[in-house]
Write a protein that binds this ligand. Structure first.
Ligand code: BGC
Length: 681
């Protein structure tokens, strides 16, 4: 190329002028790129980087996994905070913690010199067998959206791009590179798309990662309907799309370019210089289309400050005491107390002499490992990890003796669960079993016989069967994969320094066949590489409610060491029409004897509809802290759209005149108060 600029000349070019409008800078840089340079920008280099355009001083844009802790090129040599897994963060039902997490992890991305975090993963938890359930947030579209928006806002508050993944219907790992998710428009609209859409419209997400799978027969990376029509044209996405790693394998060059795939990662195949050149010469895509894709990537490069004077950007920080404390708080708030017969918990440190600790996860570490041996792309390399045993030793030091013999202990704690080996909670394969490993079930049964005062603490990232043993155990805690502060968090909850307040973000079925995605092989893992989402919108509790199946633990469920009363439900009107806001208020009282937090859930039920609708749908929630005897009034504002469903025949959202029920509960199956309201046109 003729223009060989000196650094001095480069710095004078308009796109380097920080005082110019973003779009002006993008336009100027784009106009200076040759066709060959544009081709170069379409695919990655060395796993995590884009290619440089030295002539114009365009540096590599760098992106790293993962959702729970930043990795970088050193693969473990540098240490980043290991945050709790997404399912644990979601179980806090606290968008403020998702924001804090996003901000903190983005500071770590900045510190390792990168520009984008390959997170959050917000695929709906359709089946408890998905190997990546732990990386995702929930089965419910509303909760998913609230937490995704907060996370993206937190990340991007640091001028680090979030990469919302995997767009879309990558709901299982089996055949993920080749299978087609066969899903209805209504299910897409009501269940699978809302959180993705909200990250664009409410958080201005700067990047989307395509899925490996096909959606209704077309691969995510060349899916014009998903990328160009919905994401870009309908939702107004201004960021760029990136393929999941090697997700373009079975696509075509023009398919990807025309659909709006901007960047192929990690290396070039469909969007290599040669493939692009050939397809272009054959007239399979226009330069204008290519420009549109490149413009998006350049825009985000500017947004993250790739061309700005480094000294004007924050230098980021990693593994600070503040980040450690955010990791601990998420772990503490995400822990779900599933069962607590006769108030065995919390343990009283002054009354306990000997505590037995057993089980395979007592001293196990879940950070570290490597990508190939099951850790998958969410693997991370923490500077330390406090195991449950270490956390309890610390808590009990000098006060309670820790032993390994249940029969000699006042109380026994079994740390059971899964890990990130293949076939468990891991990427690349789905779970092999819905039950705990047999030896753990035997351990629980044996231990309870030796000591009936036994608590099971589960460390895992997906629903598991418990029918076999749960009746014999007085207390059960779901602690998830709680990051590098997990041991401290668990000890704080077991001894009551922290009152558990997490609630399940997905249904725990009693048996797998109860689950809507497990009616037949068609639904999971699919036949002839097609996975039929026959359950439609009836995902999670929507299905369990409709079929009146008793789950092991319902969506929204979680106990506390205190108790709450729900009183005085009021609606500001008895009837509403399209432009009205319905204000719902309810009083919550802490009736127990300690400080606690409650998650108040508001569900809407359509009493009569021309279309089949779920018996209830979550529309709002609020987490409140209450001192002993304290009462707070919680207020929710509902809009017309909170009462709507997607009508397949008219391709639009519809609210039908008639009566709706407003349900207020502490879980999807514990509705304490309800009131009717009428909609009129
Ligand atoms: C995963 C993505 C991840 C990417 C890069 C893929 O296998 O599906 O979630 O971000 O690898 O590691």
């Amino acid at each position: 190329m003729s223009n060989n600029y000196s650094e001095e000349e480069l710095s004078q070019l308009p796109f380097r002028d920080e005082s110019l409008e973003l779009e002006e800078r993008v336009k100027d840089l784009l106009s200076r790129l040759t066709l060959a340079e544009k081709f170069k920008l379409c695919s990655g280099r060395l796993m995590w980087h884009t290619k440089r355009i030295k002539r114009l001083g365009v540096k590599s844009f760098t992106m790293y996994d993962g959702p729970h802790g930043v990795r970088d090129d050193t693969m473990g040599k540098t240490k980043s905070t290991y945050f709790p897994s997404a399912i644990c963060r979601a179980a806090t039902w606290d968008p403020k913690l998702s924001y804090a997490f996003g901000k903190a992890i983005a500071e770590e991305v900045r510190e390792v010199g990168a520009h984008m975090l390959l997170a959050p993963g917000i695929n709906i938890q359709r089946t408890p067998m998905n190997g990546r359930t732990f990386e995702y947030q929930t089965e419910d579209p509303y909760l998913n959206k609230i937490l995704a928006v907060a996370t993206v806002k937190g990340i991007q508050s640091q001028r680090i791009a979030a990469c919302v993944k995997h767009f879309i219907c990558n709901n299982q790992e089996t055949n993920r590179f080749t299978s087609s998710s066969e899903v209805s428009e209504r299910a897409l609209q009501e269940i699978y798309l809302p959180a993705f859409k909200a990250t664009v419209q409410e958080a201005d997400a700067w990047s989307f990662m395509t899925c490996y799978n096909k959606v209704n027969g077309i691969y995510g990376s060349e899916n014009n309907n998903l990328l160009r029509e919905r994401l870009m044209e309908n939702w107004g996405f201004r960021g760029f799309t990136v393929s999941d790693w090697l997700a373009t394998a079975y696509t075509s060059t023009e398919g990807c370019v025309n659909a709006g795939l901007c960047l192929e990662m990690p290396t070039s195949k469909m969007l290599s210089k040669a493939s692009l050149k050939n397809a272009f010469q054959e007239g399979k895509f226009s330069e204008e289309t290519l420009n549109g894709n490149i413009r998006r990537l350049l825009r985000v490069m500017f947004l993250v400050g790739l061309f700005d004077d480094k000294s004007t950007l924050s230098s980021g920080s990693r593994n600070t005491p503040e980040h450690q404390s955010i990791a601990r708080k998420i772990a503490e708030n995400g822990i779900v107390l599933l069962k607590n017969k006769n108030d065995l918990l919390p343990l009283d440190i002054d009354k306990l002499k000997k505590l037995a600790i057993v089980g395979p996860n007592a001293d196990n570490k879940f950070g570290g490992g490597d990508i190939l041996s099951g850790g998958g792309s969410s693997v991370n390399y923490p500077p330390y990890e406090i195991t449950p045993l270490e956390g309890l030793k610390q808590k009990c030091m000098g006060r309670v003796e820790i032993i390994e013999t249940p029969s000699e202990a006042d109380v026994t704690i079994i740390f059971a669960g899964l890990n990130h080996e293949h076939g468990m909670d891991a990427e690349g394969e789905d779970k092999k079993f819905f039950e705990l490993p047999l030896e753990q079930i035997e351990l629980i049964k044996r231990t309870v016989k030796q000591n009936p005062r036994t608590i099971v603490v589960l460390i895992n990232g997906s629903p598991i069967a418990m029918d076999d043993w749960i009746n014999s155990v007085p207390s059960v805690i779901e602690a998830w994969y709680g990051g590098m502060e997990v041991g401290t968090a668990i000890a704080n909850v077991l001894f009551g320094d922290v009152n558990p307040s997490g609630k399940l973000t997905l249904t725990f079925p009693k048996k797998l066949s109860d689950s809507p995605a497990h009616k037949s092989e068609r639904n999971f893992p699919g036949v002839e590489e097609k996975v039929f989402y026959d359950e439609g919108i009836y995902v999670g509790y929507r299905y369990f409610d409709k079929e009146q199946i008793e789950p092991l633990f319902p969506f929204g469920y979680g106990l506390s060491y205190t108790t709450f009363n729900y009183e005085n439900l009021k609606l500001n009107k008895e009837k509403f029409s399209k432009n009205d806001t319905v204000t719902v208020s309810v009083d919550i009282v802490n009736t127990g004897n300690r400080l606690g937090a409650e998650i108040i859930q508001l569900y809407v039920q359509d009493l009569k509809s021309s279309t089949d609708r779920p018996p209830k749908e979550l529309k709002q929630f609020e987490k409140v802290n209450l001192e002993q005897n304290e009462k707070k009034t919680v207020e929710f504002n509902l809009k017309f759209s909170d009462f709507s469903f997607y009508d397949d025949s008219t391709h639009s959202w519809v609210v039908e005149p008639g009566t709706f029920n407003i349900l207020i509960g502490s879980s999807s199956r514990a509705i304490h108060l309800q009131k009717e309201i009428e909609y009129f046109e």
